[in-house]
Design a protein around this ligand. Structure first.
Ligand SMILES: Nc1ncnc2c1ncn2[C@@H]1O[C@H](COP(=O)(O)OP(=O)(O)OP(=O)(O)O)[C@@H](O)[C@H]1O
Ligand SMILES: [Mg+2]
Length: 274
């Protein structure tokens, strides 16, 4: 009995997210998500596609526990979200990195301090915070903006701060809502490689995007929303070899970082908040 329960539990735990016949409506409005059913395996990488208004951000809000479903069941890390006590929510949310469509940076903090926040909350030593944040900001091209406040940054720069803040703690689940909507194609590819690297190190990744060419170029699984209804797609093209996916590729077309620099770029992820 115990043994079989253990097996069942193990099987359920392999899915980091599970939606069963989920419906969502705002107030008394129409259902914006209808009968959405899917599961995400641990360490998987999915794009979430669909036209404007299809429900992508709404689905992500359910995943980062900003909303509860109006019907059906959402399970996160093996727990039904409707039964999670309020007091347990902050700890659960810390395991989820979010890149918000509208960035949501803290206006009174510098770029550096915004990105350092998850590490500081996690109690990481300040010397390590400094090293990791500086290295990641350099990698996303914001070395010269570390002291800047969000209001003085361009949209694309704010977006990169938001991405750095979401990935620095190496969350179990990374949700990104249009994370490349404000940057050029080369930077978009560079940022996607950052997400792939995080995924290679064990994070489950879901990226909502309109960028069809990137989706097709990178492959990966696809969740597609059409008027609030979900369909699942195979990768648009076969994912690249794992060795290739692991590499940090310089999308600006410059010389890739030397191996030592690449190793340390990985280290910040490895040494993120446990
Ligand atoms: N706070 C809200 N109150 C009422 N309706 C909302 C709210 N947020 C979203 N909606 C509605 O839910 C539907 C899905 O919106 P959602 O923002 O999830 O779409 P989306 O796929 O993320 O679109 P986009 O690509 O433009 O970001 C839309 O019809 C929208 O009007
Ligand atoms: Mg949206």
């Amino acid at each position: 009995m115990l043994g079989s329960a253990g097996v069942v539990k193990k099987a359920a735990d392999d899915n980091i997210v599970r939606f069963e016949s989920v419906g969502l409506r705002y107030g008394f409005g129409p259902e914006v998500l209808q009968d959405v059913t899917f599961a995400l395996a641990e360490r998987s990488f999915h794009f979430l596609t669909g036209e404007s208004g299809a429900g992508k951000s709404s689905l992500l809000k359910l995943l980062y526990l900003a909303l509860k479903p109006t019907r059906g069941v959402v399970t996160l890390f093996g727990r039904d979200v409707t039964s999670i006590p309020r007091a347990a929510l902050p700890a659960l949310r810390r395991q989820v990195g979010v890149v918000f469509q509208e960035f949501r940076l803290l206006a009174h903090l510098s770029t550096f301090d915004n990105v350092a926040l998850p590490l500081r909350i996690g109690g990481v030593r300040e010397s390590e915070v400094s090293r990791n944040v500086a290295e990641l900001l350099a990698w996303v091209g914001l070395k010269d903006q570390m002291k800047a406040r969000p209001s003085t940054l361009s949209g694309g720069q704010q977006q990169r701060v938001s991405i750095a803040r979401a990935v620095i703690g190496r969350p179990k689940l990374l949700l990104a809502d249009e994370p490349t909507g404000n940057v050029d194609d080369r930077m978009a590819l560079r940022l996607m490689h950052l997400f792939e690297e995080l995924n290679r190190l064990g994070t489950t990744v879901v990226i909502a995007t309109h960028n069809v060419s990137l989706v097709e170029r990178l492959g990966h699984g696809r969740l597609h929303l059409d008027g609030g209804r979900l369909s699942l797609g195979a990768p648009a093209s076969p994912p690249r070899e794992s060795g290739d996916r692991g590499a940090i590729i310089d999308a600006r077309g410059e010389q890739p970082a030397p191996p030592a620099a690449q190793a340390t770029a990985r280290e910040w992820i490895l040494k993120g908040v446990p």
